[in-house]
Design a binder for this molecule. Sequence first.
Ligand SMILES: [Cu+2]
Length: 326
Amino acid sequence: MKESSRISCMLAVAASLLAAGAAVTSPTWAKTHEIAMTAVESDVVIDGSGEKYAAWTFNGQMPGPVVRVTEGDTINFTLTNPETNKNPHAMDFHAAEIDFLKNYRAINAGETISYTFVAKKPGIFFYHCGAPPMIQHIARGMFGAIIVDPKEVKALPKADREYVLIQSEYFKNPGDVQAMFDRKFDGMMFNGGIFKYHPFVTGGGMLDAKPGDRVRIYFVNAGPNEFSSFHPIGEIWDNVYESGNPVNSLKGVQTYVVGPGSAATFDVVVESAGAYPLVTHSLTGALRGAIAVLVASPDAKPAPLMPMVPWKVATPQTEITPVPTP
Ligand SMILES: [Cu+2]
């Protein structure tokens, strides 16, 4: 080989390596998302009678907003802690793989923090405030979900309907940190409400589906302490994906345990019209609020990922739930 052709060959190899490197760091499908949230210390409604709770939240709602990106996407995240707040706050994304000390540190009221991460692994992930005492910041409402869709669109079967369901414990005295350490919860919530998706309870709603639908539940357990034993009454999970990753696939599962700080994707194909309560089969939780009734009916309407968040109860039905007299 002549010297000139050897050099041009080496240049071609170098160029192809550079191109390959560029493809690794910046794949053509990947997007960049600017995601900003604000820590808001304010009341939220936690049951169908309009009961208020002194929550700490992301963006004034419990749970915080659902973040949805695709595997390989970059997230530029900013958290603002307004001067009007009284407490430090932070943000920890379980979908990120970045330094905890630098990025998940608590910021004081009046401060802002920004960091960047690439959502490298597909699935459903928890996010939460990590400011001390973390047990209280999560119990008071600073949690949410981020869905990282697989870049391969056929990695999961096509779902007809999708919902995000986040389980968390309710402590009636939001200042009683000792009760949180002692696991003395007063209620169990799905998406920040007690019996929020129970149509027979005052102010309750439901999750809608049509018979034959493949319903996908992105399920997160915010805790802070209790395990969820997630079960569809009258049905069987067709598929469960641990952490929502398509490679972690189980079939024909009756009940699946999701620990605090974990998540899984559950698919159920509702065979026929009817009601299918989704519960934690740890019954102290279900009977204190963690029941979401999936109702299959031919005239089911389209629904958002997280129905009734934030929960606004316009007219409490006092004939069913008496107003306490002072
Ligand atoms: Cu916080």
